[in-house]
Design a protein around this ligand. Structure first.
Ligand SMILES: [Mn+2]
Length: 427
């Protein structure tokens, strides 16, 4: 399924006059505050977030999984779905592939098809958190950290193979998330596990081609409930620092204990030039993988404030992070969920862009705590939706992606084309 230009233009008809009025109202309000709406629209227009290949179907939980009709059953169909999201939003022009769930049989053809939809290949994701059929050694007790060199070597070889797939597709980065850890005290020796992980990562790092990056994800618990080898940003930062300039920390919003100050972590990592990647989702308790912005939109805004400040005050040089939505869809149509996530991310970004950083800095200098809070709240309470709509319109997308998705009966068409009982590969 591919949306045509005509379909997209038609979808905007009847909404243009209202949009123009709303945009003018916002533009006037912002210019009274000395903010140029044009530069914000342009920044949002350029923004893109990768969609992971495992997020187009139902995620499910440990207890059950409820499918959606018309789920993509192969990589080609997954790319088609991302193509739909990208056509509507013009902000999802990248896919993050998971190996081995989505091995491209013919990388050149896959690359060509993705290109026809305007989709690039973002970070590649390896998987040593589950055993695959015909795999020689099990990851039950660990992968890169395992005490058996044969297990470690198998996991290293897998990561190298993932890099090679990425090279064929035009990707430039590898994300390593490890489930390694222990469920019980006494199960592992902490120092041995960490040391083995570092040495394994060194071998993978040595396989990175020129211009590639490695992102190291962290997580405090799950699937191991006593300890995780890479439990927090500090451990990830330590590994990335020891590996070298191509290695970075990746922040996944759901991989923190409740109430962790994630925006401060972002600021710290960027100050060291080591924030490489970002996984968006939202949570109430743990790694809930809910729709971005569904639970804590203010936290997301504060995180974007640090990201914007970090990108504007970029010393030492931090690369523009690789953005990806890492959410799971249990009760919502995955495509609707992703459209909502993109909306929430861009909303937080646009709001952060209208923070008056000079005024904020002055308030801080004067210890004017109330004013500092007012400046943040003023930006947060501004309705930036016309900015997002305008950015999409200029890029060839639609003013209201979710409305349009429904009006076009896209899910119904996917069910018609693919059947009601298809199942996407993944967990
Ligand atoms: Mn993640």
């Amino acid at each position: 399924m591919k949306l045509t230009k005509k379909q997209l233009t038609t979808a905007n008809k009847g909404k243009l006059a209202t949009h123009a009025k709303q945009l003018k109202f916002l533009s006037d309000n912002l210019s009274r505050k000395g903010i140029n709406i044009e530069s914000i629209i342009k920044t949002i227009q350029k923004y893109e977030v990768a969609i992971p290949s495992w997020a187009l179907g139902a995620g499910g939980t440990r207890f059950g999984r409820f499918g959606f009709g018309g789920e993509p059953s192969n990589l080609h169909e997954k790319l088609e779905d991302i193509g739909v999201i990208h056509a509507l939003t013009r902000s999802a022009g990248a896919v993050s592939l998971h190996i081995p769930w989505d091995i491209p049989e013919n990388p050149a053809e896959t690359k060509k098809f993705a290109k026809s939809l305007g989709i690039k290949f973002d970070a590649m994701n390896s998987n040593t958190f589950q055993d695959q059929p015909n795999q020689k050694y099990s990851y039950k007790y660990g992968s890169l950290c395992d005490r058996d060199a044969k297990v470690r070597n198998q996991a290293i070889m897998h990561n190298k193979a993932v890099i090679d797939y990425g090279v064929a597709l035009g990707s430039k980065s590898l994300t390593v998330w490890l489930a390694d850890g222990a469920n019980f005290p006494g199960q592992n020796n902490f120092r041995e596990s960490l040391n083995n992980t570092l040495n394994s990562l060194k071998k993978i790092y040595a396989h990175l081609p020129k211009g590639w990056k490695m992102f190291i994800e962290y997580k405090p618990y799950e699937p191991n409930f006593y300890s995780m080898v890479i439990q927090d940003w500090g451990t990830s930062f330590l590994l990335a620092s020891q590996l070298g300039p191509k290695a970075f920390t990746l922040v996944d919003l759901g991989h923190h204990l409740p109430n962790t100050n994630i925006e401060q972590i972002v600021a710290t990592l960027m100050s060291q030039g080591k924030l490489g990647g970002f996984h968006f989702n939202d949570s109430k308790y743990g790694d809930d993988d809910l729709t971005v912005g569904a639970i804590k939109p203010y936290q997301l805004f504060l995180i974007f404030n640090e990201l914007v400040f970090g990108m504007q005050n970029n010393k030492p040089k931090n690369p523009i992070p690789a953005w990806m939505i890492d959410a799971s869809h249990n009760v919502k149509d995955p495509l609707e969920d992703l459209l909502q996530s993109i909306h929430a991310i861009e909303t937080a970004y646009a709001k952060a862009l209208i923070i008056d950083q000079k005024k904020l800095s002055l308030a801080q200098k004067n210890n004017d705590v109330s004013l500092g809070q007012e400046i943040l709240q003023d930006a947060y309470q501004t309705d930036v939706r016309p900015i997002l709509a305008e950015a999409r319109k200029r890029a060839g997308g639609v003013l209201q992606p979710l409305d349009t998705y429904r009006a076009m009966n896209i899910r119904e068409q996917l069910i018609h084309d693919r059947g009601a009982n298809t199942r996407a590969t993944g967990l």
